[in-house]
Design a protein around this ligand. Structure first.
Ligand SMILES: Nc1ncnc2c1ncn2[C@@H]1O[C@H](COP(=O)(O)OP(=O)(O)OP(=O)(O)O)[C@@H](O)[C@H]1O
Length: 412
């Protein structure tokens, strides 16, 4: 079940906003509404956020991001559509219902930290619990735990004014964590920070999220930040969501000209990771495969290199077509395996860091997980084509090198 579910969510500012809903339904555009004194800030937003997901809403200034998040945290009542949080319809909750929702389900991290200046860092971190009436000792413990999570162990007794901007935002994050809600809304939370600190905070958020599994809705106007953080990204323009997809989908299959122009300047190789472009191996053969069978396989898949892995999916080496052809001619039984220069990369590596491997070898790159097991391969052509945006005819490049030999399973 989605944690946040929006259906046709619409917010119109101005007198008699329902009038605007009707006009939109009749096909009147946003500009005409504006001439009538109505601002359609969010129009027909439909999306869901899954448990444990980082969902990014991305758009330029004025595209409707803040209005959207303010509906989700109950500060604005939708003009139309429905909103469910944790399965509960919260579209038209009473003031008391909204307070309760904010106390128990949703916490918020703001761009300008919103810390209480005369309270200590520890008190700020535990503030949500104070509002909830939790006793001092429990508050203090929860506050300290949350500060430790964000790397501020021992800072609880200081005042916010004694902290740098990056540290203050960590307190903001700790406050949301101490609140213990499953959902965190982050509104341009890192936009006020210097680039280096900002990157550190992004890393920390990703790390915390993988540990704690929070559901995060993150708002930003920065495409690179969106692509770094978002498992899925909703692109907003003029109040409408124009595309929802992973960074890779948005880069490779932009929904319209607006999105493609938007992403045109992105350095794809610093956004796409090995994990995002890797392919599942297309060929699997048995343990005792001889050069002849391997040669056949290579021709079948039009590849000049095969990765060889063992039963536990550890990469053992590469065989090249030229070696195989030679082995077949000479009647050799064993595969002519080369073990040098076999590049193993992590799913998290950015493509930009992989080109040197592609230049050094003709073999597909082996993508191995932390345990050292093969999880996918990246054909060299994929890597090279990532340097240029895809053409319509050949969106992914030719996957022909995606052949793999493994000793797992029986011979085909
Ligand atoms: N309370 C309000 N009353 C009237 N119009 C509003 C109100 N809040 C926002 N708007 C308008 O709604 C539109 C969307 O604004 P919103 O702040 O949601 O965009 P945004 O993408 O968050 O932009 P920014 O990053 O600049 O905050 C804008 O045209 C804005 O002027």
């Amino acid at each position: 079940m989605p944690v946040i579910e929006a259906k046709g969510l619409t917010k119109i500012f101005g007198r008699k906003p329902q009038r605007g809903v009707r006009m939109l339904a009749e096909g009147t555009d946003r500009e005409q509404l504006r001439r009538e004194g109505l601002t359609a800030a969010v129009i027909n937003a439909t999306f869901d956020v899954q448990p444990g997901e980082i969902f990014v809403v991305m758009g330029l200034s004025g595209s409707g991001k803040s209005t959207l998040i303010r509906m989700i945290n109950g500060l604005l009542e939708p003009t139309d559509g429905t909103l469910r949080i944790g399965g509960e319809d919260v579209t038209h909750l009473s003031a008391a219902g909204l307070r309760e929702m904010r106390r128990t389900k949703v916490s918020m991290v703001f761009q300008h930290f919103a810390l209480l200046p005369h309270r200590t860092v520890g008190e700020n971190a535990a503030y949500a619990l104070e509002l909830r009436g939790v006793n001092r000792a429990d508050r203090q413990r929860a506050g300290e735990e949350a500060l430790a999570l964000v790397g501020l162990k021992g800072w609880g007794g200081h005042l916010p004014s004694e902290l740098s901007g990056g540290m203050r935002q960590r307190v903001g994050l700790a406050r949301a964590l101490a609140a213990g809600t499953d959902i965190m809304l982050m509104d341009e939370a890192f936009s006020a920070l210097d680039p280096l600190i900002r990157k550190e905070m992004q890393d920390q958020l990703l790390e915390l999220q993988s540990e704690l599994g929070k559901t995060i809705l993150f708002i930003t106007h920065d495409l690179n930040e969106a692509m770094r953080l978002g498992e899925r990204i909703a692109m907003m323009r003029d109040g409408r969501i124009v595309q929802v997809g992973s960074a890779e989908e948005i880069l490779n299959e932009p929904a319209n000209d607006y999105v493609s122009q938007f992403v045109a300047d992105v350095d794809r190789t610093r956004v796409l990771t090995a994990g995002a472009v890797m392919e599942r191996p297309v060929a699997v053969v048995g343990p005792k495969t001889g050069p002849k069978a391997a040669h056949r396989l290579m021709r079948e898949h039009q590849t000049q290199a095969l990765l060889v892995v063992s039963n536990d999916r550890r990469v053992r080496g590469v065989v090249y077509e030229e070696d195989i052809a030679e082995a077949v001619r000479a009647g050799v039984e064993a595969l002519p395996l080369r073990t040098e220069g076999v590049a193993q990369v992590s799913p998290d590596d950015f493509l930009a860091d992989l080109f040197q491997h592609a230049a050094a070898t003709r073999a597909p790159l082996a993508v191995v997980n932390e345990a050292g097991a093969l999880v996918g391969i990246i054909p060299r052509v994929t890597l090279l084509s990532a340097l240029t945006p895809p053409s319509v005819d050949d969106p992914r490049g030719d996957g022909a090198e995606a052949a793999l030999e493994t000793t797992a399973g029986g011979a085909r």
